[in-house]
Design a protein around this ligand. Structure first.
Ligand SMILES: N[C@@H](CCC(=O)N[C@@H](CS)C(=O)NCC(=O)O)C(=O)O
Length: 166
Protein backbone atom coordinates (compact mmCIF):
# COMPACT_ATOMS: atom_id res chain seq x y z
CA UNK A 1 0.00 0.00 0.00
CA UNK A 2 1.39 3.40 -0.90
CA UNK A 3 1.79 5.98 1.82
CA UNK A 4 -0.86 8.09 0.14
CA UNK A 5 -3.47 5.39 0.71
CA UNK A 6 -2.77 5.28 4.46
CA UNK A 7 -3.18 9.00 5.04
CA UNK A 8 -6.58 10.06 6.31
CA UNK A 9 -8.25 13.26 5.28
CA UNK A 10 -9.12 15.80 7.97
CA UNK A 11 -12.77 14.82 7.59
CA UNK A 12 -11.94 11.14 8.10
CA UNK A 13 -9.91 12.04 11.19
CA UNK A 14 -12.80 14.14 12.45
CA UNK A 15 -15.21 11.23 11.99
CA UNK A 16 -12.84 8.89 13.83
CA UNK A 17 -12.47 11.37 16.68
CA UNK A 18 -16.26 11.85 16.87
CA UNK A 19 -16.80 8.10 17.20
CA UNK A 20 -14.21 7.76 19.94
CA UNK A 21 -14.76 10.73 22.19
CA UNK A 22 -17.69 12.60 23.59
CA UNK A 23 -15.68 15.85 23.47
CA UNK A 24 -16.87 18.37 20.92
CA UNK A 25 -14.82 21.16 19.45
CA UNK A 26 -15.72 24.39 17.76
CA UNK A 27 -13.81 25.69 14.73
CA UNK A 28 -12.27 29.17 15.09
CA UNK A 29 -11.33 30.14 11.52
CA UNK A 30 -8.38 32.53 11.35
CA UNK A 31 -7.83 32.43 15.09
CA UNK A 32 -5.43 30.70 17.47
CA UNK A 33 -6.18 28.06 18.54
CA UNK A 34 -8.01 27.06 15.36
CA UNK A 35 -10.35 24.79 17.30
CA UNK A 36 -11.45 24.83 20.92
CA UNK A 37 -13.26 22.32 23.10
CA UNK A 38 -16.92 23.02 23.71
CA UNK A 39 -17.53 22.79 27.46
CA UNK A 40 -19.65 19.69 28.00
CA UNK A 41 -22.05 21.42 30.40
CA UNK A 42 -22.92 24.49 28.32
CA UNK A 43 -26.14 22.82 27.21
CA UNK A 44 -27.37 22.83 30.83
CA UNK A 45 -27.85 26.60 30.67
CA UNK A 46 -31.19 28.09 29.70
CA UNK A 47 -31.02 29.91 26.34
CA UNK A 48 -29.43 33.39 26.38
CA UNK A 49 -27.91 32.84 29.81
CA UNK A 50 -24.27 33.74 30.36
CA UNK A 51 -22.20 30.91 31.84
CA UNK A 52 -21.20 31.58 35.47
CA UNK A 53 -17.49 31.18 34.74
CA UNK A 54 -15.19 32.82 32.21
CA UNK A 55 -11.80 31.11 31.99
CA UNK A 56 -8.79 32.98 30.65
CA UNK A 57 -6.25 30.49 29.39
CA UNK A 58 -3.30 30.15 26.99
CA UNK A 59 -3.72 29.86 23.23
CA UNK A 60 -1.20 26.98 23.19
CA UNK A 61 -3.26 24.62 25.35
CA UNK A 62 -0.13 23.41 27.13
CA UNK A 63 -0.32 25.47 30.29
CA UNK A 64 -0.65 22.82 33.05
CA UNK A 65 -2.10 25.37 35.46
CA UNK A 66 -4.84 26.17 32.94
CA UNK A 67 -5.41 22.49 32.27
CA UNK A 68 -6.08 21.66 35.89
CA UNK A 69 -8.66 24.44 36.12
CA UNK A 70 -10.23 23.23 32.88
CA UNK A 71 -10.37 19.65 34.20
CA UNK A 72 -12.06 20.87 37.38
CA UNK A 73 -14.65 22.85 35.41
CA UNK A 74 -15.46 19.80 33.31
CA UNK A 75 -15.46 17.36 36.23
CA UNK A 76 -17.70 19.64 38.26
CA UNK A 77 -19.93 20.13 35.21
CA UNK A 78 -19.81 23.90 35.45
CA UNK A 79 -20.83 25.72 32.26
CA UNK A 80 -18.06 28.12 31.25
CA UNK A 81 -16.71 30.24 28.44
CA UNK A 82 -13.05 30.50 27.44
CA UNK A 83 -11.06 33.55 26.46
CA UNK A 84 -7.69 32.66 24.94
CA UNK A 85 -4.66 34.77 25.83
CA UNK A 86 -1.62 34.82 23.55
CA UNK A 87 1.26 34.57 26.01
CA UNK A 88 3.77 35.85 23.45
CA UNK A 89 1.74 39.02 23.04
CA UNK A 90 -0.54 39.50 26.02
CA UNK A 91 -3.24 42.09 25.42
CA UNK A 92 -2.97 45.19 27.59
CA UNK A 93 -6.50 44.74 28.91
CA UNK A 94 -5.35 41.38 30.32
CA UNK A 95 -2.16 42.67 31.96
CA UNK A 96 -4.22 45.54 33.39
CA UNK A 97 -6.85 43.11 34.68
CA UNK A 98 -4.69 40.39 36.24
CA UNK A 99 -2.02 41.56 38.72
CA UNK A 100 0.34 38.60 38.03
CA UNK A 101 -0.35 38.86 34.25
CA UNK A 102 -0.20 35.03 34.19
CA UNK A 103 -2.78 32.52 33.01
CA UNK A 104 -5.03 31.04 34.15
CA UNK A 105 -7.40 33.60 35.57
CA UNK A 106 -11.16 33.32 35.85
CA UNK A 107 -14.21 35.43 36.42
CA UNK A 108 -16.53 33.52 38.68
CA UNK A 109 -19.91 35.21 38.53
CA UNK A 110 -18.07 38.37 37.57
CA UNK A 111 -15.44 38.18 40.32
CA UNK A 112 -11.84 37.94 39.17
CA UNK A 113 -9.77 35.09 40.65
CA UNK A 114 -6.22 34.32 39.56
CA UNK A 115 -3.62 31.69 40.49
CA UNK A 116 -4.79 28.19 39.58
CA UNK A 117 -4.86 27.03 43.21
CA UNK A 118 -7.12 29.91 44.22
CA UNK A 119 -9.37 29.34 41.21
CA UNK A 120 -9.71 25.63 42.07
CA UNK A 121 -10.57 26.43 45.69
CA UNK A 122 -13.01 29.18 44.67
CA UNK A 123 -14.79 26.78 42.28
CA UNK A 124 -15.00 24.17 45.03
CA UNK A 125 -16.42 26.74 47.43
CA UNK A 126 -18.98 28.20 45.02
CA UNK A 127 -20.10 25.03 43.15
CA UNK A 128 -20.73 22.38 45.77
CA UNK A 129 -22.93 19.97 43.76
CA UNK A 130 -20.04 17.87 42.54
CA UNK A 131 -17.23 18.24 45.08
CA UNK A 132 -13.75 17.25 43.99
CA UNK A 133 -12.16 17.49 47.43
CA UNK A 134 -12.80 14.84 50.09
CA UNK A 135 -15.22 15.66 52.91
CA UNK A 136 -13.08 14.04 55.59
CA UNK A 137 -11.04 16.93 57.10
CA UNK A 138 -7.75 15.03 57.16
CA UNK A 139 -8.10 13.87 53.56
CA UNK A 140 -9.28 17.32 52.59
CA UNK A 141 -6.11 18.86 54.06
CA UNK A 142 -3.92 16.35 52.17
CA UNK A 143 -5.74 17.06 48.90
CA UNK A 144 -5.28 20.81 49.41
CA UNK A 145 -1.59 20.23 50.07
CA UNK A 146 -1.37 18.34 46.77
CA UNK A 147 -2.99 21.26 44.99
CA UNK A 148 -0.37 23.51 46.58
CA UNK A 149 2.50 21.13 45.81
CA UNK A 150 1.55 20.81 42.15
CA UNK A 151 1.98 24.56 41.88
CA UNK A 152 5.10 25.15 43.94
CA UNK A 153 7.12 21.98 43.28
CA UNK A 154 6.08 21.57 39.68
CA UNK A 155 3.93 18.89 38.13
CA UNK A 156 6.77 16.41 37.56
CA UNK A 157 7.80 16.33 41.22
CA UNK A 158 4.19 16.08 42.25
CA UNK A 159 3.60 13.14 39.91
CA UNK A 160 6.52 11.26 41.48
CA UNK A 161 5.20 12.02 44.97
CA UNK A 162 1.73 10.85 43.97
CA UNK A 163 3.08 7.55 42.66
CA UNK A 164 5.07 7.01 45.85
CA UNK A 165 2.04 7.74 48.02
CA UNK A 166 -0.23 5.27 46.31
N1 LIG B 1 1.30 30.01 39.99
C1 LIG B 1 0.59 30.25 38.76
C2 LIG B 1 1.50 29.85 37.62
C3 LIG B 1 0.86 30.22 36.28
C4 LIG B 1 1.89 30.25 35.15
O1 LIG B 1 3.10 30.10 35.36
N2 LIG B 1 1.37 30.43 33.92
C5 LIG B 1 2.24 30.55 32.78
C6 LIG B 1 1.79 29.61 31.67
S1 LIG B 1 1.98 27.92 32.12
C7 LIG B 1 2.16 31.96 32.22
O2 LIG B 1 1.16 32.65 32.33
N3 LIG B 1 3.24 32.39 31.56
C8 LIG B 1 3.30 33.66 30.91
C9 LIG B 1 4.36 34.56 31.43
O3 LIG B 1 5.21 34.10 32.22
O4 LIG B 1 4.37 35.75 31.07
C10 LIG B 1 -0.72 29.47 38.75
O5 LIG B 1 -0.76 28.39 39.36
O6 LIG B 1 -1.72 29.95 38.17
Amino acid sequence: MSIQNTVSTWNELLETARKNTSARRVRRPGQTPSTAPIPSSLHKLPPDTAPPVLLYRDTNSWCPFCERVWFALEEKEIPFETEFIDLSNKPKWYTDLVPTTLVPAAKIEGNLVYESKDILLALEERFKDKPLLPENPEENAIAKQWIEDAETSGFRDWDIKYQETW
